[in-house]
Structures are given as structure tokens and as C-alpha cells.
Design a protein around this ligand. Structure first.
Ligand SMILES: [Zn+2]
Length: 285
């Protein structure tokens, strides 16, 4: 599953390629799962819109759209909708799920199996959403906000508040998207290792100083991963089809039984809320 650094890498790659381009037309496949907004709403928001920017919010890719809708286009069923009038701006929100990819193609690139959406661009290229396992989601919004705080921007006071009084293991709290938006399993394990905190520790039991270390290590790990172009795990590739290489830097994730890089104790793996958690029993308390 692509995590925050991968999504950031993909969003930056897309921003470079398609910012400024205009969506001429939209094709949506017949599978219902990828569409979180009604198909008609997606088509209405995207068609004739200019992509002004592509950015990451939490683990979502957000295409900022500026409406260039031709006045003559009929708005079907507009009367029945408790309708938002066609506003000047909207966002196309893409969540990649487990296996989703957003490709920038030319029309003669062979159409991949499991292509669920194609946006034809005025430049002649196409944005294609491909997702074999169909956990990815496409939607449109007008003022999109992720449910939790942005981990790269949250300050210490806010960070401490997020975990205050939480009896869950800190690992689960880090994965709770309502608290922090976009921290996934790999980066939670790596951050806890760097902060010297065991994944099972109750969030509420952590001192302000421990939380300060954790806040810093979350940001450090995510920034390093972004700099390296995201991790390459299973199906992840960025918009160029290039694989990222962050897995070479993992210190605990996926290293069960291997010696800790600091103290040589074997790395342990435990299940917390159904997710594999890796930690060093000596370095993390
Ligand atoms: Zn260790």
C-alpha cells in the first residue's frame, strides 16, 4: 500500500507533468467500487477543468481544478440536486488504496487491464487510473481536508494533544488517520525505533519529551523517504514508473530476527491491532 512518502512522490511527479493541462473528456469504467462520488458528479467536475496543481493531502492525491466549463454544457438533473452550483474550483481526489496507480499516457499506450478511469487532456495525453484490487477511490470535493493533522506540519503542542489520554498502543494511535493523516505501518515502525519507543506502549503513558522525540522522528523518517522517492513495496511505482528505494533504509520494518543495527539484538515482530509491528527489544522501551 502506498504510504505518505510514496503518495507525495507520485503527486509531485503528476504536478510536474499535468499542471496547467485541461481535461477535455472523462471516461469511467463500469465497476462501481472505485467511484466514491457519483460518476455524473466526477464527470461534471472534471470535464473542461484546468488542472492548476497536484498535491498530497494525507494519503490522498489532490488535483486542484479550476472550472473552465463551457456555458452551453447542459447540467442534467441540476434541479433535483440539493445542488451545489458549478463553482469556480473543485478538487479531484484520488486515493490509491492497495494497488492503484495514476499513469500519464499517450493515447497509443496499450490500455492496461483494470483501467477504471481515463481523463483525456488537451495536450493529447491521458491520465489513467489503474487498480487491479479496486481498493482505490476517486471522488470530487470542493474544500477537501484530510481528517487528521498533517504529520509534516504538526507542532509539538498539537502532537502532544493528539495522544493525550489515549489508552491504545502508540503504534495504533500513529496509524489512526483521524489523529495524524497518512502515517502508515512502515513509517510508524521506523519512527518508533528512532524515538526509542516500543510500539505497544500506551500512548497516554508517553512523556512530553518522548512525544517530542516521536514527533521529530516521524517527520525525519517521512522527509528522508520523500527525498528517496518513496518505498518500493509490492505494486508501488511513481508516475514515471520508477521504483523508489526507501526499503534499503528500513532499520526494523521487515527485519524480524535480524540483528538491530544499533545493538545487534534480534528484531522482534508482534501483531498490534492486526498489523505487523517490528521493534528492537533493547533500544525501544
Ligand atoms: Zn537495538
Amino acid at each position: 500500500m502506498p504510504e505518505l512518502p510514496e503518495v507525495e512522490t507520485i503527486a509531485r511527479g503528476l504536478a510536474k507533468r499535468v499542471s496547467g493541462d485541461v481535461i477535455d473528456s472523462v471516461w469511467l469504467g463500469s465497476k462501481p467500487e472505485p467511484l466514491k462520488s457519483p460518476a455524473s458528479e466526477i464527470v461534471r467536475a472534471l470535464e473542461s477543468a484546468r488542472i492548476t496543481n497536484v498535491r498530497r493531502v494525507g494519503k490522498h492525491i489532490v488535483f486542484d481544478l479550476e472550472n473552465g466549463r463551457r456555458a452551453s454544457t447542459p447540467l442534467k438533473r441540476a434541479v433535483n440536486k440539493s445542488a451545489r452550483p458549478t463553482t469556480a474550483s473543485a478538487q479531484w481526489i484520488v486515493h490509491l488504496g492497495m494497488t492503484g496507480r495514476m499513469l500519464v499516457c499517450t493515447p497509443d499506450d496499450p490500455l492496461e487491464k483494470h483501467t477504471h478511469a481515463i481523463a483525456k487532456l488537451a495536450s493529447g495525453r491521458e491520465l489513467r487510473f489503474v487498480d487491479p484490487r479496486r481498493f482505490g477511490r476517486l471522488s470530487v470535493a470542493h474544500e477537501f481536508q484530510a481528517p487528521g493533522s498533517e504529520p509534516l506540519q504538526v507542532d509539538l503542542d498539537r502532537f502532544v494533544k493528539l495522544f493525550r489520554g489515549r489508552k491504545t498502543p502508540i503504534k495504533s494511535a500513529l496509524l489512526n488517520q483521524k489523529l495524524l493523516s497518512g502515517v502508515g505501518n512502515i513509517y510508524a515502525d521506523e519512527s518508533l525505533f528512532r524515538a526509542g519507543i516500543r510500539p505497544r506502549r500506551r500512548a497516554a503513558s508517553l512523556s512530553r519529551d518522548s512525544l517530542r522525540k516521536l514527533n521529530l522522528s516521524v517527520q525525519e523518517v517521512l522527509k528522508e523517504a520523500i527525498a528517496l522517492g518513496g518505498s518500493s513495496v509490492s505494486d508501488y511505482v511513481d508516475a514515471d514508473g520508477e521504483e523508489g528505494f526507501f526499503q534499503l533504509q528500513h532499520r526494523v520494518y521487515g527485519r524480524e530476527g535480524e540483528p538491530c543495527l544499533v545493538c545487534k539484538a534480534p528484531i522482534k515482530r508482534v501483531l498490534i491491532a492486526g498489523r505487523s509491528s517490528h521493534y528492537c527489544p533493547k533500544c525501544q522501551r
